[in-house]
Design a protein around this ligand. Structure first.
Ligand SMILES: *[C@@H]1O[C@H](CO)[C@@H](O)[C@H](O)[C@H]1NC(C)=O
Ligand SMILES: *[C@@H]1O[C@H](CO)[C@@H](O)[C@H](O)[C@H]1NC(C)=O
Ligand SMILES: *[C@@H]1O[C@H](CO)[C@@H](O)[C@H](O)[C@H]1NC(C)=O
Length: 451
């Protein structure tokens, strides 16, 4: 009885909400179980090896941002050398920022060219071994060592066969086990930091064997070259973006079938390759605010049903270090402000006794009946926190991002500005402006998977 009464109240108090302005999109979040888990630290920044002279398409964006300053071999640059004093300086920087470090090791050392772009022969570990010994002696924390860069498949500039690569990984793993046997930390071993190639990746797992490689890393540059004049329209085309899901699925299957001990990581990704596209990669349209992701999105990934437009993309995860869930919404449409209704699958199951139709007709009726989420009456609900990110002056190619209308700029002291949300009652739909990004935190969303 009490049960039916509860639903009746909900029905009465909420009917009418949508009579004037029906929502364009409905998101149903299933909080019962996660579909995936990310690591504690999910977003990262890459410090590359490129010197100031690395130019593409008449742009030389690297300046002095390199991990070292290389002097031309591969890609037209000669051998680079990371000097110990530079490594000391870098560690000062990394430790003062609290960074968790993955360092990429040269996997070509000791090999020779056996054909055009093909390198063979065993890897010479001497230099790596000394480098790691030095790192340990200084107490520099390295969370993971990555073996090689873009040598998988046909390679970028150079390639190495997976059989040889796998053997070298087994050897490197034994070196790590030995060097770290006295320390408390056990860094992960990652490989190959290259482009996904099913046969190459599968073979690498088979040859290296169980528990040698902790994570298979791959690089993502799905927008193509930075010189493409259509970069912006690719970024805004949901169908184009979704094509890359095939690569993720492929890698996941390869790991399931050949190396279930490993996880899948994106080791490097920049959208467009060759240092990106000027006025695109360095502007709002290619951004999503990694810092807000880092602060708000927890490890548990929740399944969602999204009805509305493919131009609205949505990602739900357990909130980070607090109750409830966090949602990332990206509106790729240049003409519509979506009004998004967020629903909890729990309530829908209550109403429909477990059947959720996917043909839209049922969803339409539902929109008018359930708005929210949770057992308590809507009066007692904590407001949701909204972080809306838009470009300055509505210019997608602006280098200034606005958070809830205010420019995000470093403070006078050079610090990161406060990232404050606006609080909004949960009884209204979330409005996501065209060409904008929103993080929305629902502190009282009941998601069993997040408890
Ligand atoms: C490996 O490289 C070191 C120099 O770093 C060299 O002394 C040594 O002879 C090399 N080992 C082999 C087997 O080529
Ligand atoms: C809006 O996007 C559509 C495709 O999604 C495109 O054809 C159109 O030119 C865009 N309009 C503007 C003003 O950018
Ligand atoms: C996204 O923006 C477009 C264009 O302004 C708008 O029509 C659409 O309703 C927005 N979508 C959401 C979910 O806010």
């Amino acid at each position: 009885m009490g049960f039916l009464f509860g639903i009746f109240i909900l029905f009465c108090s909420l009917s009418g909400i949508f009579t004037e302005e029906p929502p364009d999109a409905t998101i149903i979040i299933r909080g019962v179980a996660t579909v995936a888990e990310t690591d504690e630290n999910f977003v990262c920044a890459t410090i590359d090896w490129w010197p100031p002279q690395k130019c593409n398409y008449n742009q030389c964006p690297w300046g002095e941002a390199s991990v070292l300053n290389l002097a031309g071999g591969l890609f037209g640059f000669s051998e680079g050398c990371l000097r110990m004093d530079r490594w000391d300086e870098l560690n000062l920087l990394l430790q003062s920022t609290g960074a968790i470090v993955t360092f990429g090791l040269n996997a070509l050392r000791g090999r020779h060219q056996t054909g055009k772009g093909i390198w063979g022969g065993a890897w010479n570990s001497t230099n790596t071994q000394r480098f790691i010994e030095y790192t340990i002696s200084k107490g520099y924390p390295v969370d993971a060592w990555e073996f090689g860069n873009e040598l998988s498949g046909h390679g970028i500039g150079a390639s190495v066969g997976p059989e040889q690569y796998g053997k070298d990984l087994i050897y490197l793993k034994s070196i790590l086990d030995d060097l770290y046997k006295e320390s408390r930390s056990r860094p992960l071993l990652l490989a190959p930091g290259g482009f996904y190639d099913q046969q190459w990746y599968a073979k690498l797992l088979q040859v290296s064997g169980s528990n040698v490689v902790s994570a298979l890393t791959h690089h993502v540059y799905n927008l193509g070259p930075g010189s493409d004049p259509h970069l912006t329209s690719k970024i805004l085309d949901p169908h184009y973006l979704s094509r890359f899901a095939d690569t993720f699925r492929g890698l996941q299957l390869t790991i399931q079938n050949h190396g279930p001990w490993a996880s899948a990581w994106v080791g490097e990704s920049g959208g467009a390759y060759n240092s990106g596209g000027h006025h695109v990669s360095d502007t709002f349209v290619n951004s999503f605010c990694a810092l807000l992701w880092h602060r708000l999105m927890g490890k548990g990934v929740l399944p969602i049903d999204l009805s509305g437009s493919p131009y609205l993309r949505a990602y739900a995860q357990c909130s980070k270090q607090k109750p409830g869930i966090s949602l990332l919404l990206i509106n790729l449409s240049n003409s519509t402000t979506f009004s998004v209704t967020v629903q909890n699958d729990l309530n829908i199951n209550v109403l429909t006794r477990g059947t959720l139709l996917r043909d839209g007709s049922f969803m339409h009726g539902l929109k008018r009946t359930v708005m929210w989420v949770g057992r308590k009456s809507s009066d007692g609900m904590e407001p949701r926190e909204e972080y809306h990110l838009t470009p300055k002056d509505g210019d997608l190619h602006s280098q200034t991002m606005l958070l809830n209308g205010n420019p995000l700029e470093l403070t006078e002291a050079g610090d990161i500005p406060p990232l404050n949300p606006v609080l909004v009652s949960v009884s209204s739909p979330v409005s996501v402006a065209s060409l904008s990004i929103a993080f929305v935190v629902f502190p009282s969303f009941e998601a069993r998977a997040c408890l």
